[in-house]
Write a protein that binds this ligand. Sequence first.
Ligand SMILES: *Cc1c(COP(=O)(O)O)cnc(C)c1O
Length: 393
Amino acid sequence: MDTVYFDNNATTMVAPEVREAMMPFFGDLYGNPSSMHAFGGRVAKYVNEARERVAEFIHADPSEIVFTSCATESDNTAIHGAAEALGPSMKVVTTKVEHPAVLGPCRRLKRMGHPEVELPVDNGGNLDLDALREALKGGGPALVSAMWANNETGVVFPIKEIAEIAKEAGALVHTDAVQVAGKIPVDVREIPVDMLSMSGHKFHAPKGIGIFYIRKGTRLPTYMIGGHQEHGRRGGTENVPYIVGLAKAAELATAAMAGEAEKVRAMRDRLEQGLLATCPDARINGDPAHRLPNTSNMSFEYIEGEAIIYHMSDAGICASTGSACAAGSLEPSHVIRALGVPFTALHGSIRFSLSRYNTEREVDYVLEQMPKIVKKLRALSPFSKGDTLPVEI
Ligand SMILES: *Cc1c(COP(=O)(O)O)cnc(C)c1O
């Protein structure tokens, strides 16, 4: 077994069909889609088609799709754009478990003087909707930015209900939908969000291409100012190969989603149940009733996640602890912390995230390796069951 890649919430393999669809645009089709000549116009046709394909993916109108460089750019565009549109009194309402691409800009707005609220989650990682209602009481300009599904735990928020509560209060609504792309169906006709972000490389397109959906009629100033590309909503010469690749990935995801999700869910569940059965003092983080089909976040008590990851890596298994963005620090993840996970389990959390390219054989291999790794690390751990543990600071 070479590499077992169970880290698909961090990034995914570029689908072979996507790679192939992109190739002509690294060759003869290098024209600038904004050019007046036919050589550029030929390329513009592919960008238009890609926009239609991506719009279909989320049931939007092509005019509502803006191509960006990544979801981080889309998130920043939504949050800073809303602040510019609604003014300095705009309240920012977000959640404690957002990705840094949302939490970072929200906290910057707070430093700039905007009132900011970070909504709590319960032990299962589910959002407190009463806290959301409370935060929006009294009206006034507000932006609600809540993720659709969590990248670390896979917990899915009731985004329709969140958006309805927010719209009722007259707020603008943005959702970071990066982790639902290709995993569960997305239909913006049913979910009243004004803005939505996705990233290509989380669903088998390359890194460096993102989607920013902005509902018709939403007034938002341009964040990336430059040329008149993207109907004047995002300057910068279009990344044509990646836009075409993104559309191909969206098409593949739409075609295969239902069947694949079930296959991936079955593998994820077998992995999880197997680990619970063979590794004592293991637990699942995040409400299993409201989770993405591909994600499992588990804690192995009394041992460090980082140590587990290194041993897994030596065995050729890729997973992650906390988020890639938090890796390198020994701070436990802000998401696992927000769930109120006990101290003994806080540091030993591991995220397994699968994709359509994983196999049952890989699950077997991980099930064989993990108990050995956990046992070895437990033998070295200064803590064990029944110990009085230091109070968390
Ligand atoms: C990966 C991720 C992002 C950021 O995507 P980039 O491609 O790195 O910009 C944002 N939000 C969530 C939930 C993610 O998982």
